[in-house]
Design a protein around this ligand. Structure first.
Ligand code: ZN
Length: 166
């Protein structure tokens, strides 16, 4: 969670240093950072804040930075991804280097994927699925199906912990 007293610029979505400037711009009253204010100053009028603080969800989504992997809440990469990648790559008579080039990563990364030392990101897994025609991404099963792996965190859990969300 972000500190609740932090204000975000309603144009660029960046945290505002200092007080920010509240202006009437294109019919709505918004609070912007100094750098945005200098850009819109000509088109805006000074305004009073209607309330002390608007609820965060009123901030236009278009300007708020999006979580990197929204989807990772519901999908995960299969545990034996490294076997699948290696088998599929060999079946296609592709070298690790060639696969690396298609993925735009270094050959070393592909080696580590195939050794099970490095899990591809969701984006990388999607590319690998397309290139090799394998299935690496599966939906996370939440309906009690995880009873046999209680001690393991799902990818979703890890993402949540890392990002401090939910
Ligand atoms: Zn701004």
């Amino acid at each position: 969670m972000e500190t609740s007293d932090r204000e975000y610029c309603e144009l660029c979505g960046e945290p505002i240093r200092g007080k920010g400037t509240t202006v009437l711009y294109e019919g709505s009253i918004i609070t912007v950072c100094d750098s945005c204010y200098s850009k819109i100053r000509k088109y805006s009028k000074p305004a009073q804040k209607q309330e002390v603080r608007k609820p965060k969800q009123f901030v236009s989504n278009a300007f708020v930075s999006k979580p990197k992997y929204n989807l990772s809440e519901d999908i995960e990469i299969v545990d034996d991804y490294y076997k699948l990648i290696k088998q599929a790559r060999e079946r296609m008579k592709m070298t690790q280097f060639q696969l690396a080039q298609k993925l735009k990563v270094s050959e070393n990364i592909v080696k580590r994927f195939e050794l099970g030392k490095l899990k591809p990101t969701i984006d990388q897994a999607k590319s690998i699925e397309k290139i090799l025609g394998v299935k690496l991404i599966v939906p996370v099963e939440n309906n009690g199906a995880e009873g046999d792996r209680e001690d393991e965190l799902t990818l979703g859990d890890i993402v949540r912990i890392r990002e401090g969300r939910k």
